[in-house]
Design a binder for this molecule. Sequence first.
Ligand code: PAF
Length: 291
Amino acid sequence: MTATLTAPQLLTTIAATRALVAAHRAAGRRVALVPTMGALHDGHLALVARGRELADVVVVSIFVNPLQFGPSEDFEKYPRTLDDDLAKLSGRADAVFAPSVPEMYPGGAAQTRVVAGPVGERYEGAARPGHFDGMLTVVSKLFHIVQPDVALFGQKDAQQGFLVRQMVADLDLPLEIEMVPIVREADGLALSSRNRYLSEGDRMRALTLSAALRAGRDAAPAGVAAARRAALAVFDAEPDVRLDYLVIVDPATFLPLEDDATGDALMLVAARVGATRLIDNAPLVFGGVAG
Ligand code: PAF
């Protein structure tokens, strides 16, 4: 018997989710988990599609996790669009786990946290203190609830993916992590649930992020410093976009690369466009030495 591919089964409790997954596993089926906060777009659907290739059963979690939002962030106004999300997942996912906050945190909030470590304090972690500890704590809970064979994350949140992989290795969690390439609009804007906050003008200015990444990639043959300079010049030309950070890191350590580095690299950017904070990244290769 293969799992049904019509409307996904909606599960709101941990017990029901465990029971469903246990039945699939008992039947020898491989389970994929796509953790999301909802407000699904084509980037999420690419994760679901890749999950289908890697497993027999695809479970999507939809949970806006309060633990990973700072006090001045957009937890209250983060888009919650469950009906729309379920419609998008119809024919794509087998089950949706959409718990309430009390179901996930019956005591108010988890007292025990997963600590992301030093890389979790850089870049996004420096801008959003505690964000990665909250993210890893909920991801670890989701892994324990669903017990997937594979979990899928978007490359747009590259630092998140690095830290999830680090947690899985450090804590010997028995699953694979699959990173799925960024999905972009035709003009280069990386898909994000937060793009819906952008006004028409901000939407245009948001292209500064992907344009800077392209400029960095084009200048990469001249080295790390040249790539950084070229990308920064794109931000300098658009003063209405406030750059938070632009950094070139080693994808294996997520630490900044020295100017004389060669091999694979990742350029990460974060910037505020109007009231919306956006992130993006792209791979670069220095010195023609691909790893
Ligand atoms: O990337 C996200 O949407 C969230 O950080 C995640 C992984 C679902 C955890 O809440």
